[in-house]
Design a protein. Sequence first.
Length: 726
Amino acid sequence: MDRNKFNGGKQTMKMKTAKRMTALILASLLLAACSRTEPAAGGEETDPVSEPAVTTADPGTGKIEAEPAGNEGPAANPDENGDEKNEKDEKTDPVPAAPVSKSVSIVIPATYSEVFKKLNTRTANRGYGRYAMADGMAEEDAVEAEAPMMPAPEPTAAADTAVNMVAEKAAYADDSVDFSETNTQVKGIDEADIVKTDGTYIYALFNGELRIYTAAGADTALLSRTKAADSERYYEDEWNWAKVEGEKSDYSYNSWKNAEEMFILGDTAVVIANCGENANGQVDGEWRYEDKSYVLADFYDISDRANPVLVSSAGQDGYYQSSRLMDGKLYLITNKYNYGWYGYKIDESMPREYVPILYTDGDAEPVAVDRICWPETTEESSYTVVGRYDVAGRAMEDSLSVLGAGNTFYMSKNYLYLADSRYFNDLTNEFNESIYRVEEYASGDRTELLKLSVTGPMEIVATGTVDGDLLNQFSMDEYNGYLRVVTTSWNNAYQIWNDDEREFSNWKYLESGQTNGLYIFDESMNLTGSVASLAPDERVYSVRFDGEVGYFVTFRQVDPLFAVNLSDPANPTVMSALKIPGFSRYMHPWSEGLLFGLGQDADEETGRTGGMKLSMFVTSDPYAVYEKDKLILDESYSEALYNHKALLIAPQKGVIGFPADNGYVLYHYDEQTGFTKTNQVDLDDKWYWSWNTRGLYVGDIIYIVAEQGVTVLNLITGDFITTIYN
């Protein structure tokens, strides 16, 4: 057989020791070549949209029924006589992988040495931004459990009483006053933001300051400005630099603190701040550099709005990722990377060097070993740290640190879900062809799901795995005990042809593509049903669940809005797939039978994006969803396209507001007249454009809050009332 017959490209001589490295490099190149499809820009053309796959129409009802995806492995390949082929001897066509759904064992270490061992294994991720641990330490076994029960401090009666006191204080606002809240995913679970109101006061967090205004229409005034971020050296004495023995010289130390977001609960303001400290110099003539990052929750007593007082601080290692506030409890999520000391071997006897640190008013202690765990499959050396804080007690009450675990987070009333998307590159088949040994690989993304209980001791109660990765937090939703997840999968297949005798390898590209799917898990995270292979070569741009119906938008040139019937968790079915120009990046249930979409317009032929687009979809008949009203805007960008908290949306008042290119825009929606622009706050030279502007309302007054001040407008007419400059 001619060794040059295949289409893989020019043959390249390789040593045997380099073959595995070749596979990894090729997989990376294939993944890059098949990256996510973005809207075409500058007139670039894209291919036409394909129809949803794996669907059949019921001629009696016209309903689109999707075949549930199975969990079987690759099917056998019988020959023409019905006998199975020998995969080692003959080439087989690549078989599309079935959706992955499996539980993952959770490892609970008994000692810090076991944590050290895990971080030090050669399977640990040593990529960019992750610190590689030193080699060589004792061999010890870890404890495994399917559903670990981790001890944690129980809330005390005093703490429960304190929560009730906070709830009572939160009720001081006049119930007759209607005011907006932060746009959140789940009702009753607050999300942190830079601007809040309680109906009486407006709270803003800009430029490291907590600012409090009266919400009094024409008489609105600034009451106080409190410094919420500084560069004080809170924990300098707690770092490794301070504790290591030896002669230190050429020492330097730096620190920083950035206020990110906040919560308001009664007479308490909680400011969440990213903090960092680093030290460098020489110890016994050896240069070392140490870098620490952590997040603090600063608790302010704001009973006197004119004079807020910092009462206490508590925090945890890592960079700020997300947070929630429910029933008087703050849930803080951070990612801690194990940078360690550069040029310095980690000391196994000093856990503070390789496990997360918890902080309380100047004290810093390593997290208890029984509050650390990891999925047995993880190869990450970073932690996801979840801390629960009692707002009334103004202190941490529980924490859980998980190696790997999370880059997307969703919280329901009882559980916190951590989703960790990971690249895989699996050997799926081997066979012989002439003198060649052929290896077939499949690569793409999979997401590991961890389900944490939050109402009692925080613990991982179930795990699962799903094909693809998630767009954002709205890709997950819990309903009646079932978790629904929408993903986009990128799948790539290739072969490596090996001539072992002559020590060379060649590769051949097979196929690649991306599809979308919806998956449903029960309380134990077992896959109960799915709709897979939807909208080939497109990707998900927005997702919204509304009870027993799930909506998601994919895009390449036009916007297929899928409506999926989720009433039977074992058999989700696609009810309709509306195709219109453009796409929605955010969807919001407006009222019974109406769904609002905020996105961008696009050319039907090229897919080139244009201005922003407001859409109102009629969903009263989910089998015949249609776009009732739309408005194409002059503005082309808004933070609200990517951050739902930047959107002011009040269906009961017909109000929609968001920051845009030239200021802050306000629209009114009426079912009879559609969308109408009511006002636009243009920012003049004195008010240079600030991307983090927010809008809120109290009664019939709208307040546009920016770093430079507050503009007050009439909600009904849009008329200007006043501006308060800081």
